[in-house]
Design a protein around this ligand. Structure first.
Ligand SMILES: NC(=O)c1ccc[n+]([C@@H]2O[C@H](COP(=O)([O-])OP(=O)(O)OC[C@H]3O[C@@H](n4cnc5c(N)ncnc54)[C@H](O)[C@@H]3O)[C@@H](O)[C@H]2O)c1
Length: 330
């Protein structure tokens, strides 16, 4: 039985608490938030004790900490958890600065605490099945990966201003997915970006429309397309082309009913946004974390995967700003 403390009782903290409530191999024993109301609400749902963050990290009732606080707080909380010997499940991104992630790697490796970076999409049943089929050789050597990832509508400008930008905030998931499916680290990257959705996003120094091309040492190519807008809903598709075939994961729709009339053929809209679309992925990633701790095996993806995705996002931002391709040394 893993005893878990949840730091941050907001959107993602609540998602992880729901999974943990269903697992009989884990128990949420403590929750902490900067505000009393979300902490009390989550305590009522989990039966956990409300503590402040320092008490939770020091508590002998807590074996592992789920860090679901705003990204700027992860660095200090990772350091405190590692020093207290707690296993860590940290939301993405680990931090917005690669140097600060390297500091986190140092403390995590020095203390030897298990660490999982929450790249939940690796646990999406369709994307996990794609990777499994690739590993089994079902499409031969991977040659081209195409990742399409578009949000239904942009977040408020206040969010954009502190998000770290599209590459570090949004594309980071796709950059990790590229490594997951290519099975090889990219060695070069070229990014382009525009502000086509909302001029305020451009005025805030960010882009809302972007494309990245990655290449690996053996010549595999991955293309990622991102937009902060898709009029037809949350658009999450992947295609992997290999020497012996092709794998394709389509959008998940609200239901599977198709209607055909004299006006044409219509299907339901895509599932609204990430909380719905990746519900199963969130469940599987937390289940994996708990299983790894119970079995004494390292959870994955680890903190170095968090750093690699961040380095790719940094390179994409640089390439987009300068128009120059960037070499990657992951
Ligand atoms: N993997 C994913 O798909 C995914 C999705 C959403 C968010 N996230 C990540 O999760 C993190 C949290 O995002 P969110 O959307 O849940 O934000 P949120 O604002 O909904 O929740 C954060 C919570 O942390 C609390 N908090 C602030 N300071 C605190 C402190 N010092 N100690 C304890 N609690 C504190 C806030 O009061 C809030 O309740 C971010 O790093 C974000 O990037 C990841």
């Amino acid at each position: 039985m893993v005893r878990i403390g949840i730091l941050g009782c907001g959107r993602i903290g609540q998602v992880h608490a729901r999974t943990l409530n269903f697992l009989d191999t884990a128990q949420v024993t403590a929750v902490a938030d900067a505000f009393d109301a979300p902490a009390q609400a989550l305590a009522a749902k989990t039966g956990a004790q409300v503590m402040n963050a320092d008490e939770l990290i020091a508590s002998d009732q807590v074996d592992a900490v789920v860090i679901g606080t705003p990204t700027t707080l992860h660095y200090d909380q990772i350091h405190a958890c590692a020093r207290a010997g707690k296993a860590i499940f940290c939301e993405k991104p680990v931090d917005l600065s690669s140097d600060r992630i390297r500091d986190c790697i140092r403390i995590v490796e020095e203390t030897g605490v298990p660490f999982m970076t929450a790249f939940n999409r690796r646990f999406d049943p369709s994307f996990a099945a794609m990777q499994n089929r690739i590993t089994k050789g079902q499409i031969g050597n991977v040659e081209l990966v195409t990742i399409l990832s578009r949000d239904p509508s942009p977040p408020p400008i206040s969010y954009i201003e502190t998000s770290g930008g599209l590459f570090r905030d949004m594309m980071i998931h796709d950059l990790d997915m590229a490594r997951f499916l290519l099975g090889e680290d990219p060695v070069s990257l070229h990014a382009v970006g525009s502000s086509l959705v909302d001029p305020q996003i451009g005025q805030a120094g960010d882009v809302d429309t972007a494309a990245v091309t990655l290449t690996t040492a053996s010549g595999k190519i991955c293309q990622i397309s991102n937009s902060r807008r898709a009029t037809y809903g949350y658009d999450q598709r992947i295609e992997v082309h290999g020497a012996k075939g092709m794998l394709r994961a389509e959008n998940q729709l609200e239901d599977s009913v198709e209607i055909a009339t004299e006006n044409g053929i219509t299907r339901a809209p895509t599932q609204n946004f990430f909380l719905e679309r990746y519900e199963a992925a969130y469940r599987h990633e937390m289940t994996h974390f708990v299983e790894a701790l119970n079995n004494g095996t390292p959870p994955h993806p680890g903190i170095r995967d968090g750093l690699k995705a961040q380095l790719m996002a940094d390179a994409a931002a640089q390439s987009c700003a300068t128009g120059q391709p960037q070499m990657l040394n992951l």
